[in-house]
Design a protein around this ligand. Structure first.
Ligand SMILES: *Cc1c(COP(=O)(O)O)cnc(C)c1O
Length: 485
């Protein structure tokens, strides 16, 4: 393996090697399929010539270089890197789904329309919202949609509002979406407990505020206990309450954003609902609205109607007059919708609630196991994640980012570091429900051993990783000077 490091598929090329051999004459020659000579290549493409076993071995080897969920624990806070059940992929690969043509007629894609309709309905039940739409490609796009809906709502009702409030613990996409949607961001300071301070909120709320964006549980893994009061305060001033529900892993079957007073929200199906993501991979978000905001949802709603024969079928109807437009053509990132649907259906209501309870238990267990070695600034218990701080280790010359790198030597992924911004040297840990007790213990043991190393051999940590296929890379150059050759 060492010997092959850095080897590309082109390096393996050997003239004449073949993966698949098609017998001469196996494909009948039909003049209608002939490509005009003027359009043909003059030289054959410079493709690597590699036998099938070598192709498979090459890519299998490459897949072990990166960390991924099928390898080991990946407790990246806020990202919900839970194991993705393979049955989800199986269903998404069914030809009726994977080969669906975007321009297919409603009559010819009843299964897909039914799946989208049922998924939207299930998500509405899970979140307590009136209606869900499955268009956006990611959480950030879901936020932008929600904010454009808020703008359209205010414009229609009583005129434009200019400001959006967000707590200082918010995910970085929140202020970015606010700016994209044409609003001004006003940050609200969190109180000592890490929650929204109702007094600071009261001070900031006035008739120019379009909405307050909240993540609940927030990015510190803490539940906003005053959420009902916060909702009433917003509504009193005519402002809306937006839920950044990108990560809803603590709430399934336990609490619902709609019941808390949220007017509009987005969910990341690629987090809570177990569709694969990471490394910039695909995403899919759902946007939900209460009855007042529902007319502004984007895209074409799918309706279930009874036909003349009495049988139910599904149709795409035209967007209503208040819809903010469309943010994705056709079915959205449909393969991800299938995965989320299968995840919900295989777990069922009781299974989803159990997943959330297990996620909360796993986070609290890990928190309890490491809290004597690392600072944990906010009082527990936490929800599905918690934020530790490496300030103690920094005083000994080792920063959070180095602890993250040293963790890779233990065969596990690092937590999210340096976020949320309000915790210095933050280590944001979200183990998720799919890690067993043995894996949680192994993770805690690694963190404890690293804390011990910081005290006795800080250089060992500061020079990490030592065991990964590639050691210390130049992060800035890796991002800017892409060499994939
Ligand atoms: C991940 C996340 C987002 C952004 O989602 P993307 O799909 O990456 O755009 C927004 N808010 C929170 C709290 C998140 O965890």
């Amino acid at each position: 393996m060492e010997r092959l490091k850095g080897t590309t598929i082109f390096d393996l090329s050997q003239t004449g090697a073949r993966g698949v051999a098609v017998a001469e004459g196996a494909v009948p020659s039909d003049p209608r399929w002939h490509i005009r000579t003027s359009l043909r290549r003059r030289e054959p493409p410079d493709w690597p010539e590699v036998a099938e076993p070598d192709v498979v071995r090459h890519y299998t080897r490459l897949s072990t270089y990166n960390h991924h969920l099928d390898k080991n624990t990946y407790p990246l806070g806020s990202c919900t890197m839970k194991y993705n059940p393979k049955i989800n992929d199986r269903a998404a690969a069914l030809p009726g789904f994977s080969r669906l043509h975007p321009e297919v007629t409603d009559a010819d894609c009843q299964g897909a329309l039914q799946l989208i309709w049922e998924l939207a309905r299930d998500l509405a039940v899970i979140t307590g919202m009136h209606e869900m739409r499955l268009q956006p490609s990611a959480g950030a796009q879901g936020e932008m949609v929600g904010l454009l809906m808020a703008r359209a709502y205010h414009r229609k009702r009583s005129g434009d509002r200019t400001k959006v409030l967000i707590p200082d613990s918010a995910h970085g996409t929140n202020p970015a979406s606010v700016t994209l949607a044409g609003f001004e961001t006003v940050a609200i300071k969190s109180n000592k407990q890490g929650l929204v301070d109702p007094e600071a909120l009261d001070h900031a709320l006035d008739e120019s505020v379009a909405c307050l964006m909240l993540t609940n549980p927030n990015t510190l893994g803490l539940f906003e206990k005053e959420i009902v009061r916060i909702a009433a305060m917003c509504h009193d001033k005519g402002a809306l309450l937006y839920n950044d529900g990108a990560n809803t892993n603590a709430l399934l079957g336990i609490a619902r954003a709609g019941d808390m007073g949220f007017d509009v929200l987005h969910l990341n199906l690629h987090k809570t609902f177990s569709t694969p993501h990471g490394g910039g991979g695909p995403g899919a978000a759902a946007v939900g609205a209460n009855a007042a905001l529902a007319p502004f949802l984007p895209g074409s709603p799918i309706r279930r109607v009874s036909g003349d024969d009495g049988a139910e079928h599904y149709v795409r109807s035209a967007p209503g007059p208040d819809a903010i437009g469309s943010v994705h053509p056709f079915f959205g990132n449909f393969g991800l919708l299938v995965r989320a649907y299968v995840y919900i259906r295989t777990l069922g209501a009781a299974g989803l609630a159990q997943a959330s309870r297990d996620a909360i238990l796993a986070a609290n267990y890990l928190r309890a196991r490491i809290k004597h070695a690392y600072d944990v600034p906010h009082a527990g218990p936490c929800m599905h994640e918690f934020v530790a701080s490496a300030v103690r280790q920094k005083a000994q010359g080792v920063r959070a980012g180095q602890i993250a790198k040293r963790l890779l030597d233990f065969g596990v992924h690092a937590p999210t570091v340096y976020f949320p911004l309000i915790v210095p040297e933050a280590l944001m840990i979200e183990p998720t429900e799919t890690e067993s007790l043995a894996r949680l213990d192994a993770y805690a043991d690694a963190l404890l051993q690293i804390a011990h190393e910081v005290e006795h051999d800080p250089e060992l940590v500061n020079s990490a990783p030592h065991e990964t296929p590639f050691l210390r890379i130049d992060e800035a150059r890796a991002a800017r000077d892409l060499d994939v050759g």
